[in-house]
Design a protein around this ligand. Structure first.
Ligand code: ATP
Ligand code: MG
Ligand code: MG
Ligand code: MG
Length: 476
């Protein structure tokens, strides 16, 4: 049976409520009293004080549907079928209450009994040395042993996808559940299996069993109070339930996608480049809308910078699709309509959200106009001097000082029979990157990992040009 996103969210929370959990509202995307994190990126993040024992939880069993932003995934957005910068994470948590047996049994019950998913398509993974989890999956749940994948630590780094650990402190093994979407989503390799990077075996749920206290040096002692922390991507679950190609095709996302198509007069799945823009805007307008509703304002640092980049990237891809004039506020109305069921605050803050988005979009458009004027002067000069190529330094200046995107520069130059010196431009970028890196050493970006900026700042990434050789884009 096909369920809508809003229905699935409720079914999950109801199910865990029936298992004694307290349903709590999603926390803000802006972390509270936690400067180790720029934005909330998992269901457990705002619950940390309950896990560490710093605060007493209102109940020892809690369930949430948490708004999450993962800027680190921005490069994947529009390219894989399953990554978004904004998504909702369903989670059930135990603070020293139930442990592995119940967590595993309930996740299976929810997927197979409540939602009626085929058992054959579900593949658990475990931490290689977690025999307890193996026993539960095989003996109690009845999953054939050969369907369970063991993930081990990397012998060099000691890291393991299925061992959750952040420095010293509580940590423990994970057990994930993957869904086999079928061969048509596979990479075609005979080695394609759970853990492959392609879109066939999709990770839907991660169960973390916090059972150890790590000393940060590889030593572990068993915790007396063991915790459960789980996370399932709501959008991914909807992909499975609605049997669609990607997170951009589920009901709530498709509504946004359709709106973009209506605004631009483009059709989805006609041109691979357009599709990347359509998907990118679909994602970024959601993250922007939710960030503004949680009080983040566009700026040049920290969270505000993340938001600014998301808005400007969306605006630019709108231009690439040929959308005329301001469109972000109008589009965010669709986001609000699709999500207000779970997040009534969106409706309440609607006018404010529209205003912030429009202001930033206007600022960006002004930048574009300014850049256009400068570029046409430069072209005038080139014509006079009989030059065909814009210097890398000028291209870079347009980009860096006026925020004029290089692919737009290139497009405009091409229209008039000009080009730009790409090698020189890249050298300027590299120089800038080095500078930014050394600057970062002395600047604390509100406690965020500096890679956040590398991943989100187009001045340090290859941006649009890189999409040509991407798997998802090339498949469509
Ligand atoms: P992946 O390996 O696919 O990147 P992950 O291991 O990084 O996922 P977790 O940190 O385990 O993800 O988060 C728990 C769940 O949240 C995942 O199993 C997935 O369903 C969902 N999820 C994670 N990242 C994203 C994303 N960028 N967009 C949508 N859903 C996500
Ligand atoms: Mg990931
Ligand atoms: Mg993973
Ligand atoms: Mg995971």
């Amino acid at each position: 049976k096909s369920y809508g996103v809003n229905e699935l969210r409720r079914m999950y929370l109801d199910f865990f409520e029936s298992k004694g959990h307290l349903v709590m509202k999603s926390f803000s995307l802006v972390p509270h009293n936690d400067n180790s994190l720029l934005l909330i990126n998992a269901g457990m993040a705002p619950l940390k004080p309950y896990f560490t024992g710093q605060e007493i939880p209102p109940r020892r069993r809690v369930t949430t549907c948490q708004k999450c932003v993962r800027t680190g995934d921005i490069e994947n957005v529009g390219k894989t079928a399953r990554h978004l910068t904004f998504f909702e994470m369903l989670g059930n948590f135990s603070f020293g209450d139930y442990f592995k047996h119940e967590a595993i049994a309930w996740s299976w019950e929810f997927l197979t009994k409540v939602l009626g998913l085929e058992e054959d398509r579900l593949y658990p993974s475990i931490y290689g040395e977690d025999e307890e989890a193996y026993e539960i999956w095989t003996r109690e749940v009845g999953v054939p042993g050969e369907k369970i994948t063991r993930f081990y630590r990397d012998p060099e780094t000691g890291e393991c996808d299925n061992f959750w650990e952040h420095g010293a402190g509580p940590c423990g093994p994970c057990s994930e559940i993957y869904y086999d979407r079928g061969e048509k989503y596979g990479c075609g390799s005979p080695d394609c299996k759970v853990g492959c990077d392609c879109d066939r075996f999709m990770e839907v749920w991660n169960n973390v069993f916090t059972q150890f206290e790590g000393d940060g040096k590889g030593g572990y002692t068993e915790l007396s109070q063991k915790n459960i922390d789980t996370g399932m991507g709501l959008e991914r679950l909807a992909v499975v339930m609605q049997d669609v190609d990607s997170v951009f095709d589920i009901d709530t996302m498709k509504a946004i996608r359709d709106k973009i198509c209506e605004m631009s007069g483009k059709k989805y799945e006609v041109d691979a480049m357009d599709d990347v823009s359509i998907r990118l805007i679909t994602d970024h307008i959601r993250s922007s809308t939710f960030l503004v509703s949680d009080g983040v304002m566009p700026s040049n640092e920290g969270r505000g910078y993340v938001l600014r980049r998301l808005i400007r990237r969306a605006a630019r891809h709108g231009k690439m699709l040929g959308i005329d004039g301001l469109f972000l506020a109008k589009l965010s109305e669709t986001v609000i309509n699709e999500s207000k069921d779970g997040y009534p605050e969106l409706e309440e803050k609607k006018e404010f959200i529209f205003k912030v988005l429009t202001q930033e979009e206007e600022k960006f458009n002004k930048t574009i106009d300014q850049g256009l004027a400068i570029l046409s002067d430069l072209m005038e000069e080139m014509k006079k001097n009989g030059k065909k190529e814009l210097s890398g330094a000028d291209t870079f200046k347009l980009y860096d000082t006026y925020g004029f995107p290089v692919d737009l520069t290139e497009e405009i130059l091409e229209e008039k029979g000009f080009s730009y010196n790409e090698d020189e431009f890249k050298a300027c970028m590299e120089e800038q990157r080095q500078k930014a890196r050394s600057a970062r050493k002395v600047t604390n970006y509100m406690g965020a990992d500096a890679t956040v900026y590398e991943q989100i700042d187009p001045s340090i990434t290859t941006e649009f040009v890189g999409y040509e050789n991407l798997t998802y884009a090339s498949k469509v």
